[in-house]
Design a protein around this ligand. Sequence first.
Ligand SMILES: [Ca+2]
Ligand SMILES: [Ca+2]
Ligand SMILES: [Ca+2]
Length: 169
Amino acid sequence: MVTQAQRDELNRMFKLLDSDGSGVVTKDDFEEKVQAVASVGNRKPGTPEYDRVQSCYTNQWNSLKKAADTNDDGEVTQEEWLTWAEKAVSESGTFEKLVKETAAAIFDVMDVDGSGTVSFEEYKKVNKIYGLDEATARKMFDEVDGDRDGSITKEEHLKTQDWFFTKLG
Ligand SMILES: [Ca+2]
Ligand SMILES: [Ca+2]
Ligand SMILES: [Ca+2]
């Protein structure tokens, strides 16, 4: 069983996944993110940087489809998402593993120059794609940047993913 707070959060995640707002999550939603994210670092098709972004989102879509597209029609509906995600949340470790894998992949995408850390400039640009304004991005960045040195390491980034399980669990 999941709590109402967890269900609200899962619904919010579904909306984030549905980039084009069509009401279902399909490969197109991930394609759209590839274009948007690649444009941030001026990563052009054909470059290794672009391939990195593309494979990140292709993998995310493939895992999601495999896990949640129960009737195998290439669309993950909100119902399919909730059915799978609620089950995964109640099974210890399953959902956590997916969230962490996704978070790690997103970190690599945010780290435009491949320095191993994410600066506020990088963070701001990628989060803009997800509809966050600069003030909100600043607030989130400061929360994630645990040692306040002005950059986010992968460890700091992954640590913040625990909130879903600790706060709502
Ligand atoms: Ca969609
Ligand atoms: Ca489906
Ligand atoms: Ca830091």
